[in-house]
Design a binder for this molecule. Structure first.
Ligand SMILES: CC(=O)N[C@H]1[C@@H](OP(=O)(O)OP(=O)(O)OC[C@H]2O[C@@H](n3ccc(=O)[nH]c3=O)[C@H](O)[C@@H]2O)O[C@H](CO)[C@@H](O)[C@@H]1O
Ligand SMILES: C=C(OP(=O)(O)O)C(=O)O
Length: 425
């Protein structure tokens, strides 16, 4: 098993190229199941969740081929299986995203129930209810969602009780091939939803309202292959910006997009960072952050987009741990997304809880420790803490970070960080 050894004390300086967004690439690659002709995807981050997706699509009968480091072609003309097995779903919850496309294209899907994970129970009832409203027959058998429908799914009016990102994506993909019009109300508005909608539209889907809370999808009888580029990863961008702020450095994130990051950039500005956004000669955005003093404490409350993203909560926890003053960090999306807190406390953080609110009092410094990553963004928060700790830090179980950050140690090393991957098994 791999771990990171981090020796803190070096402010980050330089440029880092942001990869394609994991959370956009996952549904977008799954959308290839809707097309009988091949699709080419650009800006695909070759990280572990993407490799799991490629394996899953391969098991279903799709032919996948890396045309270059970030260019992937998927030919799903011949689907031979309709089952996402437990072995893959347990390593990647986003496997649930095959449910809508398989059902719409093949009339049959069997997907292992994902179960809970380190951040919360994470049920998929809204995915199931939405597909049932589209006339699918769905049962849960032996831990699997078994879904069937005769002929095409039927367009329906669907109200989602809770805003769900992958729920909205699954239903949007299913509706793209359904018979009639589907209206999804209280839909998620995350930029990754808009990216998926744009990809589907490039394949011939008829979708409007993406980026608002009402999505309208007029089903078509078939979708065709296209070439599509995945959006830049806003959470990877935010993570590097926080790392720059906490180490009091200056970092320019290249190949990124500031739209979609408003809540994060505004909190970093409130913390005292200087942020500049610009466009390179090819029209691609960059974001530069410079921090010349200790960050000021900033309170954050997570909520669905456009509010502050839960996927940046752990990183801001670390920022507040070392900030001037006291902040509250409120998590409203996932009931258990505070597993990084005990590890930060072991490094000297002053954090107490009142329900889903963490009260964080800034301390002057952290000590390094052997800490355990429990989920993807928790891992990032511990690495950032290690970058400023006074003694070495070892972050264990970094398979979590490898799910969602491409070559994070190489990117941090290029910015001057002292971080090494070590094998401890
Ligand atoms: C691959 C991907 O894109 N993952 C993101 C996605 O996860 P994911 O799509 O799994 O998260 P959801 O948006 O579905 O979850 C939001 C809330 O809705 C609840 N819920 C969800 C579905 C359902 O059927 N019933 C239900 O009650 C969840 O338990 C949670 O409390 O959005 C989360 C919230 O922005 C992010 O943290 C994840 O990084
Ligand atoms: C929680 C996350 O991912 P997933 O939904 O794949 O667990 C994340 O990207 O922070």
């Amino acid at each position: 098993m791999d771990a990171f050894k981090v020796i803190g004390g070096k402010p980050l300086h330089g440029e880092v190229t942001i990869s394609g967004a994991k959370n956009a690439a996952l549904p977008i690659l799954m959308s290839a199941l809707l097309s009988k002709t091949p699709i080419v995807f650009n800006n695909v981050p070759k990280l572990n969740d993407i490799l799991t997706t490629v394996k899953l699509l391969g098991q279903l009968g799709a032919k996948t081929q890396w045309l270059s480091e970030d260019k992937l072609s998927i030919d799903a003309s011949n689907i031979t299986q309709c089952c996402a097995p437990y072995d893959l779903v347990k390593t990647m919850r986003a496997s649930i995203l095959v449910l809508g496309p398989l059902l719409a294209r093949m009339g049959h899907a069997e997907v292992s129930l994902p179960g809970g994970c380190a951040i919360g129970a994470r049920p998929v009832n809204l995915h199931i209810q939405g597909l049932k409203a589209m006339a699918a027959d769905i049962d849960v058998e032996n831990g699997y969602i078994v879904a069937r429908n005769k002929g095409r799914l039927k367009g329906a009016n669907i109200f989602m009780d809770v805003v769900s990102v992958t729920g909205t994506e699954n239903l949007m993909m299913a509706a793209a091939l359904a018979d009639g019009i589907t209206v999804i109300e209280n839909a998620a508005r995350e930029p990754e939803i808009v990216d998926l909608a744009n990809c589907l539209i490039s394949m011939g889907a008829k979708i409007s309202g993406e980026g608002t809370n009402t999505l309208t999808i007029e089903g078509v009888s078939e979708l065709r292959g296209s070439e599509y580029s995945v959006m830049p990863d806003r959470i990877e961008t935010g993570t590097f910006l926080v790392a720059a702020a906490v180490t009091q450095g200056k970092v320019k994130c290249l190949n990124t997009d500031a739209s979609g990051l408003e809540a994060v950039l505004s909190k970093l500005t409130e913390a005292g960072a200087d942020i500049t956004v610009g466009v390179n000669s090819s029209g691609v955005e960059w974001i530069e952050l410079s921090m010349t003093h200790k960050p000021k404490a900033v309170s954050v409350k997570t909520a669905p987009h456009p509010a502050f993203p839960t996927d940046m909560q752990a990183q801001f926890m670390t920022l507040n741990v070392l900030a001037e003053g006291t902040a509250t960090v409120i998590e409203t999306i996932f009931e258990n997304r505070f597993m990084h807190v005990p590890e930060l406390q072991r490094m000297g953080a002053d954090i107490v809880f009142e329900g889903n609110t963490a009260i964080v009092k800034g301390v002057s410094s952290l000590n390094g420790a052997q800490v355990m990553a429990t989920d993807l963004r928790a891992s990032a928060s511990l690495v950032i803490a290690g970058l400023v700790a006074k003694t070495p830090t070892q972050v264990d179980r970094i398979y979590h970070i490898d799910r969602g950050y491409l070559k994070i140690e190489d990117k941090l090393q290029a910015l001057g960080a002292d971080i090494t991957r070590i094998n401890i098994s």
